[in-house]
Design a protein around this ligand. Structure first.
Ligand code: S3P
Length: 167
C-alpha cells in the first residue's frame, strides 16, 4: 500500500488523526508542516512573517515531493496543500488522498483562539468561513475518498481505515 495523504481544512484533524492512524497501522507519520519547520529552522508563522506565503508554499511543495519518495506512511498535509495542482498530482501518484471533511463550526471550535495559523491571524472567524468556502470544491476534486471528520479522533481513524481498505 502507498501513502495515505490526509487533506482538509485547518482544524479538520489531519495531524491528530494521522498520528493515531500511523500508530495503528505501524507506519511512519509524515507531518508536512513539521517537516517544513525542521527544514527552515522556524515555525510556519515565522516563515510566513519573514518570507511571505509564496515562500511557505514553495517549501510545502518541496516537502510533499520529498515525502512522496519515502517508505509508505500516513501524511498529514497542511490545509493549503491542494492549492497547487502539482501537489495534487504528486499525492495522487504516491498513494490515496483522503479528505477529512469537518463542518466549519467544528473546525472553528477545535482551532479556538490559537495563534499558530497565519492565515487566520487577527481575524474574527470570517476568514475561516471564506477559506472553507473557497477551497471546498478543490478538496473534493482532489480526494479519492471523503470521510466525515466531525467525530472523535477514534471514530475518524476508524472511518479512514475502513475507507482505505475499501479502495
Ligand atoms: C494552512 C494550514 C496550516 C499551515 C499553514 C497554511 C492553510 O496547516 O500549513 O498555516 O493554508 O490552510 P494546518 O492545516 O495543519 O493548520
Amino acid at each position: 500500500m502507498d501513502h495515505i495523504w490526509l487533506i482538509g481544512m485547518m482544524g479538520s484533524g489531519k495531524s491528530t488523526v494521522g498520528r493515531c492512524l500511523a500508530d495503528r497501522l505501524g507506519r511512519p507519520l509524515y507531518d508536512i508542516d513539521a517537516i517544513i519547520e525542521d527544514a527552515v529552522g522556524s515555525t510556519v508563522s515565522e516563515l510566513f512573517e519573514r518570507a511571505g506565503e509564496a515562500a511557505f508554499r514553495e517549501q510545502e511543495r518541496r516537502a510533499i515531493a520529498n515525502v512522496a519518495g519515502l517508505p509508505p506512511g500516513v501524511v498529514a498535509t497542511g490545509g493549503g496543500a491542494v492549492l497547487d495542482e502539482r501537489n495534487v498530482d504528486t499525492m495522487k501518484s504516491a498513494g490515496s488522498i483522503v479528505l477529512l471533511a469537518a463542518d466549519v463550526e467544528v473546525v472553528a471550535e477545535r482551532i479556538g483562539g490559537g495563534n499558530d495559523r497565519p492565515l487566520l491571524a487577527g481575524g474574527d472567524g470570517g476568514a475561516l468561513h471564506s477559506i472553507a468556502n473557497e477551497r471546498d470544491a478543490r478538496y473534493r476534486a482532489a480526494a479519492d475518498v471523503v470521510v466525515d471528520g466531525n467525530g472523535s479522533v477514534e471514530t475518524v481513524v476508524g472511518l479512514v481505515e475502513a475507507a482505505c481498505n475499501a479502495l
